[in-house]
Ligand binder design. Structure first.
Ligand SMILES: Nc1nc2c(c(=O)[nH]1)N(C=O)[C@@H](CNc1ccc(C(=O)N[C@@H](CCC(=O)O)C(=O)O)cc1)CN2
Ligand SMILES: Nc1ncnc2c1ncn2[C@@H]1O[C@H](COP(=O)(O)OP(=O)(O)OP(=O)(O)O)[C@@H](O)[C@H]1O
Length: 188
């Protein structure tokens, strides 16, 4: 117990709240996602990246199909995560939607091939449920996959933050293993 605990919302509670909120805001998130992609394309991080990691979005996240298509149109290679044992992620090249397989968590993933893994893409677009603008901390789905991966990753990181995921400040508890996103791209 810490004295400051009272003003923090439990991460699990926040995830529950945000999941509900994001379901209500799907349409807005989709529209804002296109604006956020435009802003992303204006950044040096995007322009300088030859290899980009994103995800296959679930219904409540910023849709990633437009991101994948924009990257491909600019001859950038796209990598997608496959969840592995011990809460590790392997990033594998995106070839074609038909080659993706649904994971136990219901997310489409590329098929594992040790020869194709790339853990050092130039830019990682980090997913999440909530982002704090003043500190760049995030809350994800709770697997700790990105925190583990980013602990070793030394390239560029950005996150696209629609209004439903936006927080001025982190009113949740920051843990030692939480990793800040280098650049948050927000609406307006
Ligand atoms: N579109 C997308 N793909 C992604 C992520 C993401 O956030 N978005 N991930 C980002 O990390 C990874 C998968 N994330 C996962 C996060 C949590 C659990 C999981 O075990 N959830 C538990 C509940 C955990 C809890 O609430 O404490 C469960 O479903 O039982 C699984 C996968 C990789 N792919
Ligand atoms: N670098 C790490 N090494 C070992 N364990 C870690 C590390 N980072 C996070 N974890 C563990 O993973 C669990 C989930 O972490 P956290 O709540 O930050 O997930 P999240 O960031 O919301 O999820 P995700 O990164 O999958 O989107 C925590 O219980 C934590 O103990």
């Amino acid at each position: 117990m810490t004295v400051s605990e009272g003003k923090h919302i439990d991460k699990k509670e926040l995830r529950k709240q945000q999941t509900k909120q994001l379901h209500k805001n799907k349409t807005l998130t989709r529209i804002e996602g296109l604006q956020l992609l435009k802003k992303l394309q204006d950044t040096s991080e995007w322009k300088n990246a030859k290899t980009i990691a994103t995800t296959v979005s679930s219904l409540i996240e910023v849709p990633t199909t437009p991101i994948i298509e924009a990257a491909q149109a600019e001859d950038k290679q796209v990598f997608l995560p496959k969840t592995m044992p011990h809460r590790q992620m392997a990033f594998l090249p995106f070839t074609n939607s038909d080659d993706l397989v649904r994971s136990d968590y219901g997310i489409l993933e590329p098929v594992y091939n040790e020869n194709l893994v790339n853990q050092t893409p130039d830019l990682v677009i980090v997913p999440g449920l909530a982002f704090a603008e003043d500190s760049n901390y995030r809350v994800g789905f709770g697997g700790g996959y990105y925190d583990r991966f980013l602990a070793k990753y030394t390239g560029k990181t950005v996150a696209l933050v629609p209004s439903a995921m936006y927080f001025d400040t982190a009113d949740w508890e920051i843990e030692d293993y939480d990793i800040k996103i280098q650049k948050l791209i927000c609406v307006n």
